[in-house]
Ligand binder design. Structure first.
Ligand code: ZN
Length: 84
């Protein structure tokens, strides 16, 4: 297995992590994750937890992509101070 490291989605963030699951192509680090609204983080965690157990349903791909885009945008906005 190749040791590809994931880099945090937030621009200029230098944090990386070992990519142990090729399913994950993007990642938000522990510094930036707390900037996202708690309910959103909880929804994401619930979806991920269910998939780990039962596998993702076919329709979930699009939902997850959309939700991830939201999480990412919020983390970046909060970091750069563009919006509140
Ligand atoms: Zn980061």
């Amino acid at each position: 297995m190749t040791a590809v490291r994931l880099q945090c989605c937030v621009p200029f963030c230098r944090r990386t992590r070992k990519n142990e699951n090729p399913e994950y192509v993007e990642w938000i680090c522990g510094d930036h994750w707390p900037l996202i609204d708690k309910p959103r983080r909880r929804v994401w965690g619930r979806i991920r937890g269910r998939w780990r157990r039962f596998g993702p349903p076919a329709a979930a791909d699009a939902i997850a992509r959309r939700l991830w885009a939201c999480l990412k945008r919020q983390a970046i906005e909060r970091t750069t101070g563009i919006a509140g």
